[in-house]
Design a binder for this molecule. Structure first.
Ligand code: FE
Length: 213
């Protein structure tokens, strides 16, 4: 049996759930997944619709809804906000969100002077417990390369205009540290409850590619 290639051999230290032991499958991860899925569906071991439902849940409901609750709490509770900015891992765990890919969280706050943007230049490191699965564009080579070189241009293309006087900080996620952007609370939302605020917070605003409307 061939031993798995270790990160020392690949020079790749993003030690998430990559498994390098399956050299007979296609090298492109998307093709590998497709092959495995086809095989499992063909053998009747899984149902394609059930798989789609799971992915949908993690991409749009479970994942980002957790992060949105963290943001809404930070907006409404100054002590919690301070704790989040000081020790995000503990503050997030206090709301019940922790686990794989969320062990070393750092929260970065948008202000009128600073806009934060998160990327993983090497692969697709992403804070699963608060944001779920990364969107396809987050994993694309174009975003990973250009977010660092030309963040303002990338944000503009994604529909977010950042004024020239606002500093853009780009945070490169790694296996060690995952970032959560605390977006600016929109004006005129003072009357909203924490729950209503959470409903407004989008996944993209917590990656830093959108504002909260
Ligand atoms: Fe990565």
């Amino acid at each position: 049996m061939t031993p798995p290639i270790t990160s020392a051999e690949t020079g790749h230290d993003h030690d998430h759930d990559h498994d390098h032991s399956h050299q007979k499958l296609p090298s492109d991860p998307a093709l590998r997944v497709k092959s495995l899925e086809s095989l499992l569906v063909e053998k009747g071991l899984v149902d394609a619709a059930a798989l789609d439902a799971v992915v949908e849940a993690y991409e749009h409901r479970i994942g980002p809804r957790n992060g949105a609750r963290v943001i809404a709490r930070a907006w409404t509770d100054p002590a919690y906000r301070q704790r989040l900015l000081t020790d995000a891992t503990a503050a997030i765990a206090a709301l019940g969100f922790s686990g794989s890919q969320g062990e070393h969280m750092v929260a970065v706050e948008n202000t009128s002077q600073v806009h934060n943007l998160v990327v993983c230049t090497l692969c697709s490191c992403y804070p699963f417990p608060v944001l779920g699965l990364p969107p396809v564009w987050y994993k694309s080579p174009a975003y990973r390369a250009r977010a660092v070189i030309d963040p303002r241009g990338v944000l503009r293309e994604l529909g977010l205009e950042i004024a020239d006087e606002v500093e853009i900080r780009v945070w490169d996620s790694t296996a060690e540290i995952r970032y959560l952007v605390v977006p600016e609370r929109p004006a005129g939302t003072e009357h909203l409850s924490e729950e209503e605020l959470a409903a407004r917070v989008t996944r993209d605003s917590m990656i830093g590619v959108a504002r909260v409307a």
